[in-house]
Design a protein. Structure first.
Length: 127
């Protein structure tokens, strides 16, 4: 089976996230996208055939946190509105399991975890 890639937008910021740079000389606080990326890497590290990577911006700024799921010869998807929480990563992991098992990247609606419904931003045909 070919490798599935989950790209997490590392620059996503929820409105309630603290300012990018604190007023004093302290280190910048992590954005929600960075938190979601770290959680996804931890949670999916041992899943065979799945790689977690990051991108500086997926240009879905009105739908943070955003991810892009893709694989060779498969339909690709951009999803958004994920809070940087364990439940988001668990939902993505479940969807990725179905995506990985499909031959074309199309997961039947009946197999979608509740947490991905309403979060799709774009469907991108395979190259």
């Amino acid at each position: 089976m070919s490798e599935i890639v989950l790209l997490v937008c590392e620059t996503c910021r929820h409105p309630e996230d603290p300012a990018a740079t604190p007023a004093d000389d302290a280190a910048p606080l992590p954005r929600s996208g960075e938190k979601l990326l770290a959680m996804a890497r931890d949670h999916l590290a041992d899943v065979p055939g799945v790689r977690v990577d990051s991108m500086r911006c997926l240009m879905a700024c009105r739908r943070p946190c955003a991810v892009h799921l893709r694989g060779p010869g498969r339909m690709a998807y951009v999803l958004g509105d994920f809070p940087a929480e364990d439940s988001s990563v668990a939902t993505l992991a479940e969807y990725i399991r179905h995506y990985h098992a499909s031959s074309d990247g199309v997961v039947p609606f009946k197999d979608w975890p509740q947490g991905v419904k309403g979060r799709f931003i774009a469907r991108i045909p395979p190259v």
